[in-house]
Design a protein around this ligand. Sequence first.
Ligand SMILES: C[S@@+](CC[C@H](N)C(=O)[O-])C[C@H]1O[C@@H](n2cnc3c(N)ncnc32)[C@H](O)[C@@H]1O
Length: 289
Amino acid sequence: MNYRHAFHAGNFADVMKHVLLVRLLRAMQRKEKGFLYLDTHAGRGGYDLERAATGTTLARKPEWPDGLGRLWPRDDLPPLMAEYIALVRDFDRNRGNIDASIRFYPGSPALARMVGRIQDRLALCEQHPAEAAALRDEFCFASRTSVHQMDGYVAMRAMLPAAERRALVLIDPPFEAGNEFAAITNALAAGLERQPAAVFAVWYPLTERARVDDFFVALRELALPPTMAAELAVGGEHADLKMKGCGLLILNPPWQFDREVEPLLRFMADVLAQAPGGNARIEWIVPER
Ligand SMILES: C[S@@+](CC[C@H](N)C(=O)[O-])C[C@H]1O[C@@H](n2cnc3c(N)ncnc32)[C@H](O)[C@@H]1O
């Protein structure tokens, strides 16, 4: 487990994932009844971007300037994206940054806590001991929030079905291991068995199209509910980029979620492009009935 999310915090992939996460959380809140937000791979909760590019041995080029850094100064954000930026600003200010430039960036658990209502509950899982300790510190005074140092895939079996009978599950693994797509497929099968109507959101990298297509083929073997994939490519297939884009697979997406997020994805494709051929697309793996 060498992965540290700090190196990637606020990059284009974080932006895309977090913009859509905020929209998913808001969609869950169209109903008054509370829900469980289960973050299977939570990270440390929040990140100091000044330190983000400094490893124990090597300094690395920070990634956030080509992600959040491109959105930060803009005053033409689509209204549904503006809430995400406002949340980032609040997090940064609450940490004590008074400069115009961003310094502190919220991870998925912090965004979910900021958006969450009194009736919504958070379960945050992180396997790495140091990251889990930081996560625990981050949320030690937060209400209705539990932190678990454990395997997030095991958590899906252990924590579903949610007592609330409503759940949004974010699965955001590091993709360090070669078999991550298979682990996700197995975990989704288990999650669907326990809570078929839960909303599951899975982040995945676009490094090779063929690997993602194989993943979709494997998914179709499951008895899937309506399922869509929202993808953002920051460069074309032949671009000289290690990660050409990313996607968020959403099982049981909220009603008309595709229509809501398509313009946001298109905006991100324009603003976050790093090479020719970038684009945004939505694919229905199993269409809404
Ligand atoms: C991409 S990061 C998570 C970022 C976070 N979801 C966010 O958006 O701010 C992936 C995290 O998963 C952790 N991790 C790796 N394998 C895990 C596992 N099996 N269960 C839980 N956490 C794991 C890593 O230590 C890392 O912090």
